[in-house]
Design a protein around this ligand. Structure first.
Ligand code: ADP
Length: 437
């Protein structure tokens, strides 16, 4: 064989061997790539043919790396699950947002404050937690310039939610440049509402006390300065005015005391078996004899079959008296007032109905609120404190009942209250008695 042919054959053999090896190495690289992508350990025997020590070492090192990555991933998942379980059991709401304002973590307690945050994970927080104040707070926390604790208002469909927010910046766990922020939120809406109610109450009481006190002060000063030279008639008039305003102060303080007792932890309810029709008939008899009721027609329609119920007779008497006083106060003389008692849906329902001026529909939802009056001047002129219906509502509520009103302007009003009928054992009373004593 000529030498040139021999050389050509040798070159062809070398090329064939090199190509074979290259193909094996290419397949080995492919196997490695797949192992990394699938995160599956690569076994030496799965490498296509023997490739030599360096390949074996690469295969072992890659497999070890894959194992380590899997172990770290499991560890992280475990930690996250642990963190989520811990945060989930916290009563405080926790929120973590990343550098792009996306929610990374939010626990169950956050959902209880803001129910629409159920799918907030991965979303920008501003979409669900609306409020300029919180946005400012987030920016301040990231800059490390936030107050340690802030009260933040979130506006939701006209209703505000007040939250006490404690925030801290945390390093960005995604390797980004912008700091993350962690917040602990505590719902203080109830406290805020109570504070507002207390402020309103103090303002109302001060306002109610100011008028009679300034009248009394003015008249007393005038009397002190010149009672000797003052005509007897004027002196009497001044004294009568002082007495009237003192009486007003007295009624106001009495009503306030009653209300504060009713709202206290121990409202002093003395329950006993009470015959409602008898109690109402007694109150009406008492009223017929009063000068305030002269000129009014008081009628009663009392179902005698209402079984004795468990109630505080003095407090129920006060409820009926407050309703009757109002009917007499706001209804012109000569008109009719009806007191009814009947059984309805397992409850005893009492109604005081008048044919007076009625109450505008816009005022009806507020009529049982403290100090709410339809006509302020008229109520004060009639000696009203604005607390009578509030006392009625509290007493009835303490008995487990409800109060409501129906009214048509120019035709009259009907005030109703209900009392549960289920009477305790031993509630039966001898005929003719309204209460157990
Ligand atoms: P007040 O001491 O002013 O009577 P209440 O709490 O008893 O306070 O009643 C609140 C307001 O409801 C009254 O000021 C009055 O405007 C209105 N009101 C109550 N009862 C009647 C009624 N029978 N008819 C018309 N208005 C009434």
């Amino acid at each position: 064989m000529p030498p040139a042919t021999l050389i050509a054959l040798a070159l062809a053999a070398a090329l064939g061997w090199a190509l074979l090896r290259l193909r094996k190495q290419y397949r080995a690289v492919q196997s490695l790539q797949q192992a990394i992508v699938r995160q599956q350990r690569l076994l030496r025997e799965n490498l296509p043919g023997a490739l030599g020590g360096a390949w074996d070492e690469l295969c072992d090192a890659t497999s070890d790396l894959i194992d380590e990555t899997a172990r770290l991933r499991e560890l992280r998942a475990g930690h996250l699950a642990q963190l989520e379980a811990t945060l989930g059991s916290l009563r405080e709401a926790v929120l973590v947002i990343d550098g792009g304002n996306r929610v990374v973590l939010a626990n169950q307690a956050l959902q209880e404050i803001f129910p629409h945050t159920a799918h907030i994970l991965g979303q920008r927080f501003e979409g669900a937690l609306r409020g300029v104040a919180f946005l400012t707070c987030v920016e301040a926390v990231r800059r490390g310039a936030a107050e340690p604790q802030q009260e933040v208002e979130f506006g939701e469909g006209g209703q505000s939610t007040w939250v006490e927010v404690t925030g801290a910046p945390i390093p960005p766990l995604d390797g980004g440049k912008e700091a993350w922020a962690l917040f602990v939120l505590h719902d203080i809406t109830r406290q805020k509402k109570l504070e507002a109610m207390r402020r309103e109450f103090v303002a109302n009481v001060s306002h109610e006390l100011r008028t009679p006190l300034s009248v009394i002060k003015g008249y007393v000063e005038t009397l002190a300065d010149g009672h000797r030279e003052m005509p007897l008639e004027d002196r009497d008039k001044f004294l009568r005015t002082i007495a009237r305003h003192t009486e007003r102060l007295n009624s106001l303080l009495e009503d306030l005391l009653v209300l504060s007792r009713l709202e206290s932890a121990n409202p002093g309810l003395r329950r006993e078996p009470v015959r409602l029709p008898g109690l109402l008939a007694d109150v009406l008899d008492d009223y017929r004899a009063r000068p305030a009721a002269v000129g009014h027609q008081l009628h009663a329609a009392l179902d005698p079959d209402i079984a004795p119920l468990s109630a505080d007779p003095l407090k129920i008497t006060q409820v009926v008296e407050n309703l009757l006083d109002n009917a007499l106060k706001y209804t012109p003389a000569g008109t009719r007032i009806d007191v009814e008692a009947r059984i309805h849906n397992g409850e005893a329902v009492v109604t005081v109905r008048d044919t007076g001026p009625g109450i505008p529909a816009a005022d009806l939802p507020h009529i049982f609120e403290r100090f709410y009056r339809v006509e302020k001047g008229r109520s004060r002129e009639k000696g009203g404190t604005g607390l009578g219906l509030s006392i009625v509502k509290h007493i009835v509520q303490l008995h487990g009942g409800r109060t409501w009103v129906e009214s048509t302007l120019g035709q009259g009003s009907a005030f109703h209250f209900s009392l549960p009928l289920s009477s305790p054992p031993g509630a039966a009373l001898p005929p003719g008695k309204t209460t157990a004593d």
